[in-house]
Design a protein around this ligand. Structure first.
Ligand SMILES: Cc1ncc(C[n+]2csc(CCOP(=O)(O)OP(=O)(O)O)c2C)c(N)n1
Ligand code: SF4
Ligand SMILES: [Mg+2]
Length: 307
């Protein structure tokens, strides 16, 4: 990176810096979500980042986060957030900083950390009532290391670690339900391709105290196999087919913030991505597609019955 680029980056507003001069892919849906969320959360935040693609945003000694930044191992970001919270509380108690200078710890982690390696640390943090944001950008695989299967990988998706021709045999873990079972302050799903829905959720979460999850589906051109210009459309189709429900859990109540009407068939979404190409060629795999459709239908049946 030349001195000129570094100087130009220093002069930009902070949100323009996210992704600039890094090795991140064009059309990264996770980065879009982080942009939109950072626009609202602002600089009175300390980002606690578990190793993953978003770690590429900070290349020492530079970081786009204007508040603070802490890098952690994949399993320990919520423990890092606890440390940041404790340190801020001590600084305030000792009058080293004024209460108005307080900041919010924000865990920034991928699905590999959030659904797997870091789940124990997350569960403990929520149990302790830690006052923090948890932002999971879910690209449904270990993206940074070449899209290996994670606990968030959807059924039949091809990854670097699944059999060619059939894809992942298991089913995506329900992280939203796992968080909600802990009865935290707030849990929401979001996607950058619906910025209004996303913004309302961040605003709502900001009015609350306690553990708050924003689980953002992150369409990933590189890992999912589509053109970078398709990111927004792929995200919209995830919502319109009902594969990715937009919802929130607040004060013990589950609300769907978008109910797709009409709900499109799942193959409209699946066929946009190379990771599902084996479901359509050389011959269409009606059985696998029907299985995925049945899972989505079963999810929405009680919601649609009440709508
Ligand atoms: C314990 C541990 N195992 C493996 C790695 C190597 N590693 C770095 S980033 C990464 C992928 C993380 O996946 P995810 O959390 O989904 O984030 P993404 O890369 O998709 O953004 C891996 C496996 C690591 N840093 N720590
Ligand atoms: S691999 Fe996917 S999540 Fe990672 S930077 Fe590239 S597009 Fe973004
Ligand atoms: Mg991932």
């Amino acid at each position: 990176m030349t001195e000129n680029v570094i100087r130009a980056m220093k002069d930009l507003p902070s949100t323009h810096l996210l992704g600039a001069g890094t090795g991140m892919c064009a059309g990264c849906g996770g980065l879009q979500a982080v942009h939109e969320i950072y626009d609202i959360l602002g600089s009175k935040t300390v980002f606690v980042n578990a190793a993953g693609c978003m770690t590429l945003l900070a290349s020492w000694p530079y970081t786009p986060y204007r508040g603070g930044y802490l890098y952690t191992s994949m399993a320990s970001a919520p423990a890092g957030a606890q440390g940041v919270r404790d340190a801020l509380d001590i600084l305030i108690a000792k009058k080293r900083i004024a209460p108005e200078e307080d900041m919010t710890p924000v865990v920034l982690a991928g699905d590999g950390s959030s659904y797997g390696m870091g789940l124990s640390a997350t569960s403990s943090a929520i149990e302790r009532g830690l006052d923090f944001f948890y932002l999971c950008y879910d690209n449904e695989g270990y993206g940074n290391t070449g899209q290996q299967t994670s606990a968030a990988t959807p059924h039949a998706a091809r990854t670097a670690t699944d059999p060619v021709g059939s894809g992942f045999a298991g089913w995506k873990k329900d992280l939203f339900a796992i968080w909600a079972a802990h009865k935290p302050a707030y849990v929401a799903t979001a996607i950058a391709s619906d910025p209004v829905d996303l913004a309302k959720k961040i605003q709502r979460a900001l009015t609350l105290k306690g553990s708050r999850l924003i689980l953002a589906l992150a369409p990933c051109p590189t890992g999912w196999g589509f053109e970078p210009k398709e990111t927004v459309e792929v995200g919209r189709l995830a919502v319109k087919t009902g594969i990715f429900p937009l919802k929130e859990y607040v004060v013990g109540k589950l609300v769907h913030t978008r109910i797709p009407k009409p709900r499109l068939p799942v193959d409209v979404y699946l066929q946009t991505q190379g990771r599902f190409a084996h479901l359509f060629a050389p011959a269409r795999d009606d059985t696998a597609i029907a299985e995925i459709q049945a899972q989505v239908d079963a999810y929405w049946a009680p919601v649609e019955a009440q709508a």
